[in-house]
Design a protein around this ligand. Structure first.
Ligand code: SF4
Length: 307
């Protein structure tokens, strides 16, 4: 039997949040002013090869402003389009558990105290989840809905070295175990089109995720952005951009490979137009999303079909 979540053939974040809160829920992307051990020299100073100047938080608020100010500014813009709604405070830029514990607590609590906030999402690295951080996250998760996002990108340690991820798969596994022991939901990022990866490698990552105790995924297309170390790899011919139809095909199969209960937070990423070198077709986000829906329909694929 074909499974559907509203009008989609996959379990979208939008569907999940509507079911949970009974209304539209928006994410407000924040930059809390943190750093990242993969950029400040603790692990490396180069960062993940695809990571932009703003620590992969190009659409987040401005770190020069407080959490409250960022929140109010973004909410103000959203309210022009959507009068009603609830909010998830999303700590997106850089590594959001990489700071002294009292600072983390202060920032998270400031976000949670904003009017209309019903949850908090924290993006971080699996090697930045020490015991005291886990304790704090567990404490917060008892007060509000909290999920943690981990940037795994690939299950392949060889690719992880090429992209300078800075940790091995076993570190991710340890972090996942620790978070789940505390009943914290985990959302994992994966990137398609990484240097050296064939489609089989990409699907191996998804099969691995589907077999693990994760609650959400974010699929990204590898973007080449100005000023990132990835530019050099591209110029050296170490990888090519995925084509649009190839990406759509990969996403549809990946959806089929996922477990039914895993929430799909994203099907493609976006980059600021002025920073994106390629692939340029990725700027047509709505066209890509429509094309994914159409292909799922035509090929009769739905989430969990191949699981
Ligand atoms: S861990 Fe995140 S913030 Fe740090 S370099 Fe990698 S993508 Fe950028």
């Amino acid at each position: 039997m074909i499974k559907k979540w509203g009008d989609k053939r996959y379990y979208s974040l939008n569907y999940f949040l509507r079911e949970k809160y009974g209304s539209k829920v928006f994410k407000i992307s924040l930059d809390a002013g943190f750093s990242c051990p993969n950029r400040d020299g603790k692990i490396s100073s180069g960062g993940c090869v695809f990571c932009s100047e703003r620590g992969s938080g190009d659409f987040a608020g401005d770190r020069e402003y407080s959490i409250t100010e960022q929140f109010k500014d973004i909410k103000f813009i959203m309210k022009k389009k959507w009068k009603e709604g609830k909010y998830i405070a999303y700590f997106q830029a850089y590594t959001n558990t990489y700071a002294p514990i009292d600072i983390l607590r202060e920032k998270y609590e400031e976000a949670l105290s904003q009017e209309g906030v019903v949850g908090i999402a924290i993006a971080t690295r699996p090697d930045c989840l020490e015991e005291e951080v886990l304790d704090l996250l567990e404490e917060l998760s008892k007060k509000t809905y909290l999920w943690v996002e981990l940037g795994l990108q690939t299950v392949n340690d060889k690719t992880a070295r090429i992209i300078n991820r800075g940790y091995k798969l076993e570190i991710f596994e340890e972090a996942l175990k620790n978070l789940r022991k505390r009943n914290i939901d985990v959302v994992v990022h994966s990137i398609f089109g990484l240097p050296g990866e064939k489609e089989e490698d990409m699907f191996n990552t998804i099969k691995y995720l589907a077999a693990n105790d994760i609650q959400g995924v974010k699929f990204h297309l590898l973007h080449l952005m100005k000023g990132t170390p990835l530019v050099k790899l591209y110029e050296e011919g170490k990888f090519e951009f995925l084509e649009e139809d190839q990406y759509v095909k990969i996403i549809c199969k990946a959806i089929g490979l996922l477990r039914e209960d895993i929430v799909v937070h994203r099907l493609t990423g976006d980059s600021p137009r002025n920073l994106l070198i390629g692939p340029k077709w990725s700027l047509k986000k709505w066209e890509i999303l429509n094309s994914i829906d159409k292909t799922l329909e035509e090929k009769n694929i739905y989430q969990g079909l191949y699981y």
